[in-house]
Design a protein around this ligand. Structure first.
Ligand code: SAH
Length: 214
């Protein structure tokens, strides 16, 4: 059984357009070039080191978060902590399906990883076609120049959901972000209101403020 079949059987992957993106965007393309047994490693349902004390997220966790995010064709999505670029490419595939014109703005604080992830995303032509925009920078206060967003996905864990992310979200928009050891789903229900659900039992690398060159 392939990893994707397992994620479907265990109920992590449900939605056809999300499953299609997982099939088309190969996780192996987001692993470091020199990693031994890359093809086999990509199929493991585990977080894998991409250097700089960071990981490409565990597939079941990415599937769970993307299903909660409910990304749709045509949307503008902010991906905070893009690391390997895998989540950015998955979201870019969904947002731009059938020429829908959606876009992903991706931000990564570690400069060398920002470069690595950008090169991985470029394998699918998303940067050239202006579907994905990769920014080396601190996303802990979102990214105001391209706001507002329909969706915000975050891959590193903070102590709460910053006000700036909610401000940069459209009404009706969704944020999925790790908060401590939970995954939080925030829906902006009105200009000044949100609803929040939390799901327990996850582990993430920390959300750190500021940028780093190496
Ligand atoms: N979506 C990525 C996850 C990488 S791990 C993937 O599947 O590969 C989380 C990433 O968040 C790390 O690369 C880390 O450097 C980054 N990160 C942590 N704090 C950040 C911040 N304040 N702004 C932007 N990126 C951040």
């Amino acid at each position: 059984m392939t990893l994707i079949e397992k994620l479907i059987n265990t109920g992590y992957l449900k939605t056809p357009r999300i499953i299609e993106a997982f099939e088309k965007i190969k996780r192996v393309d987001f692993l470091p070039d020199n990693l031994p047994y890359k093809d086999a490693v990509a199929e493991l349902d585990e977080a894998i080191s991409i250097g700089f004390a960071q990981t490409i997220s565990q597939p079941a966790v990415v599937a769970f978060m993307v299903e909660l995010l409910d990304p749709r064709p045509g949307q503008k999505i902010l991906d905070i902590g893009y690391g390997s670029g895998w989540t950015t490419a998955l979201l870019a595939r969904i947002a731009s399906a059938n020429g829908a014109g959606g876009k992903v703005v991706a931000i990564e604080r570690i400069k060398a990883l920002a470069e690595f992830g950008k090169n991985n995303i470029a394998k699918y032509g998303f940067t050239k076609k202006n579907i994905a925009k990769c920014i080396a920078g601190d996303g802990s206060a979102g990214f105001l120049p391209k706001a507002p967003y329909d969706r915000i996905l975050v891959s590193a864990s903070g102590s709460d959901i910053p006000e700036s992310w909610i401000e940069q979200l459209k009404v009706g928009g969704i944020i999925v972000a790790p908060v401590k050891n939970t995954i939080a789903k925030v829906v902006k229900t009105g200009p000044n209101s949100i609803s929040m659900q939390k799901f327990d039992g996850f582990a993430f690398v920390p959300l750190v403020q500021g940028t780093r060159n190496f």
